[in-house]
Design a protein around this ligand. Sequence first.
Ligand code: DI6
Ligand code: FE
Length: 386
Amino acid sequence: MEPDGEPYSAIVTGAVGCRGGRIAFIGESAEATGHDAVETIDCEGRWITPGLIDCHTHLVYGGDRAAEFELRLEGASYEKIARAGGGILSTVTATRNADEEALVRASLPRLDALLAEGVTTVEIKSGYGLETSAEIRQLRAARRLGYERQVGIETTFLGAHAKPPEFEDTGSYIDHVIGEMLPAVHAEGLADAVDAFCEGIAFSPAEVERLFEAAHSLGLPVKLHAEQLSGLHGATLAAKFGALSADHVEYADASDVAAMAKSGTVATLLPGAFYTLRETKAPPVDLFRKAGVPMAIATDANPGTSPLTSILLTINMACTLFRLTPEEALAGVTRNAARALGRDSDIGTIELGKWCDLAVWDIERPAELAYRIGFNPLHSRVWRGQ
Ligand code: DI6
Ligand code: FE
């Protein structure tokens, strides 16, 4: 509930006006009559929300990991498979062997699944190339998706996702990421932000800190996979660098939450990974609430830990598994997801001057977006006024 208004900040009998792809009117339909529109569309009482934003995905990759899924069902753990060279590294091999065209073709059906549920902006990370040319190819393929479809694409450089086999240790690989890969990706203008996987099986907080210093010196914002499988206080480190978001954060503690509140870092919750890995430690949602840390939710769409391309199921899981309210979950895929991308001046709410990205729903009340499982009530989708 907003402090002074309807739940969900709803306008019960409202209208939205659009000019040049931007929102030119939002308010009571009675007040819209003075505006002379070229075209008027009657939504017949349907709900209109901001276009949904999936602010954390690894959507572009080669191959799949169905065989690993079977292994896990036979008892192998995600960490054990990763240490044995499977997991992320098997996707790295498949991604390195795919050209840009093949990556685009493999990713389009996954993107289309998101768009069919009202998504208008998608963040896509690299991190399955782990060498300069393959990372660049992955990011180019991600950007190309934005020309193939009516959708906003934000790209994030995740070279520090896993140590590739060519490197002896994570320290020497991070040196390479900082010294060569990041500058090359930045020179091509392919990264909107820099991310890393801060975890026992990936990179240490000290290594991430060096990467973040390099990102900042290039003027790039940072975000971090933090406290997913263990508590290393990556979230505190992220906050120290004014990170846009700390993501997963199941193991974040009170000190991490306080640091995030101070820096305005968004907590991006990823219930698809929690579900797939059958984790039991839920993120400290109550602490985030009390501290006023904005919570976003996202699919984490990736071939290993979250083969999920349904934003509506993600909303449901955030409520059922993490106990978000349906209103918090909707804010998590709109307003707060925009903040997690540093794009809140442009998208995420229906406000004057923002892009006219909308989703129109065949529902009686917004809680239906969270309540149903496997049902898609999208009526239509508007991207930049189209
Ligand atoms: N955390 C995750 O959950 C994914 N990446 C990451 O840093 C997993 C990626 C994968 O297993 O392919
Ligand atoms: Fe992820």
